[in-house]
Design a protein around this ligand. Structure first.
Ligand code: BTX
Length: 325
């Protein structure tokens, strides 16, 4: 409950200094016995807490979870991740975020879950979300923009997550338009951008982000084994999900700020530098057919441009992209 996470927060913030039971009790206006019960609860949850004689409690080892109290202590953002709704398991963080957004959640609110039982991709596809192995979250953003510019946020998010992964692992994914991050040709991250909007104004963007972090090949269902990868599979060791999540918050905030100040242009340049789609001959498969040609660029709106063999240029708003040889 919230007192337990308040105590966890205090333990985290006091770092290597033990914090006395009396101090915690005074601050939270509860008895020392109550403090002790919450400490027991944290230990049952998997946190290792040392009792230092005459000094108090010390957080020795944190659990591998994305607990908001832990995330809070690692994040220096102003908006993104300041308010977090955390679940051990849920069907999909997207629907919870939609509800929160409709109920007035503030800009930067995050819904995060250790596991999704019905994680979703685009076009009603599934998103495999193994418990405790990835980052499954939805970020609510409230930029003051017209709805037709919202797809740009998929590209802004793609750049932000690419930078965060590169910082944390030393491996830079490449971006496959519009919403996949690939390492060695396999998908390590998917982004799903959804909207609540009026005719001329966005009310909220629900940015769904799924990052495969510590799965092994066995964690993926058979049909994904050849197309999906995780950061752990690629770099050979576990990656700290807390640190990576905090980094993603920071970069999403930084790049949405940049977007608001300077527009899409600087982000388009970054996006292009990470793209593995541009310059290649591709097949774009859409709901109503397909187009084969060379991917020559993205527009200021984030629309992919394909030039077919007859020289015509086509704007693609949404499609699955396959590289042709
Ligand atoms: P997408 O439609 O581009 O990709 C979905 C496809 O990717 C699936 O059909 C499958 O082939 C493959 N796939 C499924 N799971 C995985 C996985 N874990 N790793 C790699 N490939 C996979 C991409 O849609 C958008 C995904 C967004 C996921 C986030 S998680 C938090 C939020 N909540 C939620 O339900 N969705 C978003």
């Amino acid at each position: 409950n919230s007192l337990t996470s308040e105590i966890l927060k205090q333990l985290v913030n006091s770092g290597n200094e033990p914090i006395s039971g009396q101090q915690i009790a005074d601050q939270l206006k509860i008895s020392r016995t109550a403090v002790w019960k919450h400490i027991k609860q944290l230990e049952d949850d998997g946190y290792e807490i040392i009792s230092v004689k005459k000094k108090g409690y010390l957080l020795h080892k944190r659990m591998d979870s994305l607990h908001p109290a832990m995330l809070d202590s690692m994040t220096s953002t102003e908006r993104v991740g300041r308010k977090i709704h955390y679940f051990d398991s849920c069907p999909t963080t997207q629907s919870i975020a939609h509800e929160e957004a409709a109920n007035g959640a503030v800009d930067g609110t995050v819904v995060i879950s250790e596991e999704q039982t019905a994680g979703k991709g685009r076009l009603a596809r599934n998103w495999s979300s193994t418990k405790g192995k990835g980052i499954w979250m939805s970020i609510i953003l409230r930029p003051d923009i017209p709805p037709q510019l919202a797809p740009q946020f998929t590209l802004v998010a793609a750049v932000a997550i690419t930078r965060a992964i590169a910082d944390e692992t030393g491996v830079t994914p490449s971006i496959k338009w519009p919403n996949d991050l690939l390492i060695n040709g396999r998908k390590c991250t998917g982004i799903l951008t959804e909207l609540q909007a009026e005719a001329d104004r966005v009310q909220s963007i629900i940015l769904g982000i799924g990052v495969n972090v510590n799965q092994t090949t066995e964690d993926f269902p058979d049909e994904l084994k050849s197309i999906a990868t995780s950061l752990k599979i690629e770099i050979g060791n576990d990656v700290d999900r807390l640190v990576l999540t905090a980094k993603i918050f920071e970069y999403i905030e930084k790049y949405t700020d940049l977007y608001i100040e300077q527009g899409f242009r600087p982000l388009k340049i970054l996006w292009e530098s990470y793209s593995d789609t541009l310059g290649k001959r591709i097949r774009a498969s859409m709901v109503n057919g397909e187009i084969i040609g060379k991917a020559i660029g993205i527009t200021e709106e984030g629309v992919l441009q394909i030039q077919t063999d007859d020289g015509k240029i086509h704007g693609i708003y949404s499609a699955d992209i396959f590289i042709e040889n």
